[in-house]
Every structure is written in C-alpha cells, then in structure tokens.
Design a protein around this ligand. Structure first.
Ligand code: MRU
Length: 348
C-alpha cells in the first residue's frame, strides 16, 4: 500500500508530491526547516499527512539535538512545534498532532526520562499517530463503502487519497473499499484548480489501483451531474466545526451546491482528528490565502496580465445543511443537524 510518509532512520522519507505525476521521487527530510518548507510547498499535503509530518517533525527535532541538556532539548522540540504550527492554518490535524506531541513531551519530562528515552518516546508517539491514521482510513473506507449503491459513479474533488494521509485515503479510501467489496465503481475527478491535485494526484493514484477514473475540468461538474452521470460526491476535509460545517479544498462548496440542485448525495469522509469541536461553526475556520502566482503563473507559464489583482483562497466552507453524511472512523453521522451526531460520536 502506498504510504507517502515514513520515518527513515533519523529522517523523514516522503514522496515529493509537487513532481507527480511526471516524476515519482522520494526524498529524505533531515531538518525541521525542510519539513516546514515541504508542508508550505505542498510536497507534503492533505490534512492527515500534514498531521503525521508535524508529529514526525517534532521527533526529528529531538533526534537532531546533539547536546546533553534535557531542558535544552525540550526547548528545541517546543520551538520546532512552533515553526511547524506556522506552516498552514486550515487543516486542524496539524494542531491536533502538535498537541499530542507536546502532551507526550510534557509526560516524558515529568517522568524524568533521559535524552535517549525522550527521543524514543517522541518517535513512538509520532509513529502511533501515523499508524492510527492508516487504521482510521481503513475504517472510514468500510463505513463509507456501505453507503454506495452498486454500480455507482462518484465525483471527488482535490486529493483525499493515500497521498493525503498515512495511506489508503479518506474519500479515496471509501472508493477503494467499495471496489474491494466487489462494487462496480467509476470515478470522475475534478482537476482542482489552481494546483491540480485532482488531475495530478487523484488520477495517478486511482489509475495505479486500476480504478476507473475520468478527469474533468472543475467547471464540467454541473454538466456531468445534469446528464445524470453521478450518483454521489465524496470529498475529504481539512477541518470540521462542531456543527458539521466543513472546510475543504476551494471548489468543494460549489460542488455541494450543485449536488443539492441535482439531488445527489454529498459525503464528507474524514478522521476524528479533522473535527474541531472547539469551533461552533465554519465561520470561525481560518482560511489559508495562497500566493497570487499559483493562479497567474502556474508552473512558470503566464496565464494572466502582470499586476492583475488575485484572490487565491485555498479552502472554502460547505455548510452542514448541504452535507448528506460525515463518514468517520467511528461511524457515519447522517441525521441533521449533523452537529448533534458529531458530538455523540466524538465528543467525550
Ligand atoms: O491544499 P491541500 O492539497 O493540502 O488540500 C487538501 C484537501 O483539501 C483535502 O481534501 C483534505 O486535506 C483532506 S485529505 C484526506
């Protein structure tokens, strides 16, 4: 199974996602700054993968520390957590993973572990976050696959696949599980402007698994729905507020509005680590704004006049009322208001 991120003997091995699909290059990140840079550049991307990277980044800081003072090492790990927290604001998995690492660091400190034991303890926590994410994706897949008819054609947006997680994927995990359950499943993948995660990554992943996938431009989604080609939408999430409002890649909201217009089920697949019960609604979710050049000059090719004003939000928020169900590793929340079901399933 493809896993885009692993611990590799004192460094973090990742697949460099900016080069896909033309080049499959694996690189080793040896410093916290390299990890932070990889997250900012989207070499590491997708909410769960960002969480795993942040956790491993903290462990990396501990392994890089070459001194002999426990408190000095603790400060370096805390500083690393701060640097990593500043990389991307929307995916809550980043902050969830950093909180777990900080809690573990404090516990190791309280137990007066030595430097070697603290390093191993932090690495064990990061590995547990990675392994747990993989298990969560498999469970999301099982729950989600049961919701789909057979045969079924789904549409997905961006990449919520193996590349965006520790492996298997959330939205693409549901698709994989449906196929593994013997369902006849066909996928339409939105290209996902401006960075083309759908065109570059989702199609690459699905074609590798021999899953029937057709690439469409983002603005073709309404047309294929109107033609009656789509039975369900399945997307991932970067942050789900307590009321079920969901932030995901820009364009997700438009897809949800189209789905409602055409009477098509709209599913969000995400692990509990993506749910932020501290925010009462999606209005409070911070939306990352990215560089204008991603829109005007993709991959160095000029698409727009120099100096044009650009708005480039990386995410939008889909209101819970447009979501048919949220598929988590703990089960499916499908009764409106979704917030109540989310609290029941996750809020202990
Ligand atoms: O900007 P990206 O590529 O990190 O955005 C990714 C998404 O929007 C995904 O749908 C989301 O993180 C869920 S990944 C399982």
């Amino acid at each position: 199974m493809l896993s885009p991120i692993t611990w590799n003997d004192g460094s973090i091995r990742i697949i460099e996602q900016t080069l896909l699909p033309t080049e499959e290059r694996w690189v080793d990140l040896a410093t916290v700054d390299e990890v932070a840079d990889a997250i900012r550049r989207l070499a590491i991307r997708g909410a769960p993968e960002i969480g795993v990277a942040a956790a491993m980044g903290c462990a990396l800081a501990a392994f890089r520390y070459s001194g002999t003072e426990r408190q000095e090492m603790i400060s370096e790990v805390s500083e690393a957590a701060q640097v990593l927290a500043g990389t991307r604001p929307t995916a809550v998995n980043l902050f969830w993973a950093l909180d777990r690492m900080k809690t573990r660091l404090a516990a190791l400190d309280a137990e007066e572990k030595d430097i070697h034991e603290m390093r191993e303890g932090l690495l064990a926590e990061a590995q547990a976050i990675r392994e747990q994410d993989l298990e969560f994706c498999l469970a999301i897949g099982r729950h989600g696959a049961e919701l789909l008819p057979d045969p079924v054609t789904v549409i997905t947006h961006c990449n919520a696949g193996a590349l965006a997680t520790a492996g298997y994927g959330t939205a693409l995990g549901v698709i994989r599980a449906a196929k593994e359950a013997g369902k006849d499943i066909r996928v339409f993948a939105d290209e996902t402007r401006p960075l083309l995660q759908g065109a570059r990554l989702t199609t690459w992943e699905l074609m590798k698994d021999n899953i029937d996938v057709t690439l469409i431009c983002d603005n073709a989604a309404g047309h294929v729905m109107r033609q009656g080609l789509i039975h369900a939408c399945i997307v991932g999430a970067d942050r789900i507020a307590a009321n079920g409002d969901t932030a995901n890649k820009i364009g997700t909201y438009s897809l949800a509005v189209l789905a409602r217009r055409h009477g098509i089920a709209f599913y969000v697949a995400a692990p509990s680590s993506t749910v932020d019960l501290s925010l009462e609604s999606g209005d409070k979710i911070p939306i990352e704004q990215r560089a204008a050049t991603e829109v005007t000059t993709p991959r160095g090719t000029v698409f727009a006049p120099e100096g044009v004003q650009v708005l480039n939000p990386a995410f939008d928020v889909t209101p819970a009322s447009l979501i048919t169900a949220i598929i988590t590793e703990r089960g499916v929340v499908k009764n409106q208001p979704l917030g109540r079901g989310l609290q029941d399933i996750l809020g202990q």
